[in-house]
Design a protein around this ligand. Structure first.
Ligand code: GTP
Ligand code: MG
Length: 224
């Protein structure tokens, strides 16, 4: 599970510009500012492999990072910013169809209203090297509809996911019990809505909580 080296490969504006489908990929998805880029830096133990910012909307393209010359981290733009709401995909093609049946979302409301850019969706629907989506959820705020919509959309399209709760260090820093309740609410939602709930892992890019657990989980999914 150890990360020995990581190199930035390229930024792509469209799914078809991404590196060819030659290695397993882990895509990092979540609301703007949830800590996607920070999580990558924390996992690879480097401060600025992926660029981060206090302001939402920092990552604007699909960024591939090659780890140990054998698999990719894919850093993606967050959803939930104005820029990402401009191109709404009104119809979600159901083109994955097979596999991952157990992870399928059971109660799927209309997910066609998911509002993040078409190019990000194009990525998910076209990458057959995608091992799993790490769907990041901020543990320090109550469950957000847009995160649930995103989980629905992935489930409907049979895209495997792992829930990664971020900013778990904030649960102790003052917000206390309320943050625990937020997390419990979200976990209850997962249990209520999946026949087989996707795995979830609690993390903090500040303290390193969950880092080893997540890397081990990812190596098990890759089978090496
Ligand atoms: P976009 O690229 O805009 O979609 O954002 P992102 O999801 O990549 O978030 P980013 O990693 O840039 O982090 C956003 C802010 O949250 C930064 O100020 C980070 O320092 C902070 N942050 C990220 N992870 C954590 C964490 O685990 N704990 C705390 N306390 N802050 C965090
Ligand atoms: Mg980012």
């Amino acid at each position: 599970a150890k990360i020995k080296e990581v190199e930035f490969v390229k930024s792509s504006a469209r799914a078809k510009d991404c590196p060819k489908h030659d290695r397993p990929e882990f895509a990092i998805l979540g609301r703007s500012n949830v800590g996607k880029s920070s999580l990558i830096n924390s996992l690879v133990r480097k401060k600025d492999v992926a660029l981060t910012s206090k302001k939402p909307g920092k990552t604007k393209l699909i960024n591939h990072f090659l780890v140990n010359k054998s698999w990719y981290f894919v850093d993606l733009p967050g959803y939930g910013t104005l820029a990402n709401q401009l191109s709404v995909v009104s119809q979600v093609p159901d083109c994955r169809g097979q596999g991952f049946g157990d992870l399928r979302f059971a109660k799927a409301p209309d997910a066609a209203r998911m509002d993040w850019s078409a190019f990000t969706k194009g990525f998910f629907l076209s990458r057959d090297t995608l091992v799993t989506v790490l769907l990041l959820v901020d543990a320090s705020v109550p469950p957000q509809k847009i995160d649930l919509d995103c989980a629905n959309w992935l489930g409907r399209n049979n895209i495997p996911m792992t829930f990664v709760f971020t900013k778990c260090d904030k649960m102790r820093a003052g917000k206390g019990k309320r943050a625990d309740e937020n997390l419990r609410d979200f976990q209850q939602f997962i249990k209520d809505n999946y026949r087989v709930p996707p795995p979830w892992i609690m993390t903090s890019s500040v303290t390193g909580l969950g880092r080893d657990e997540l890397l081990l989980h990812m190596s098990q999914l890759r089978n090496y």
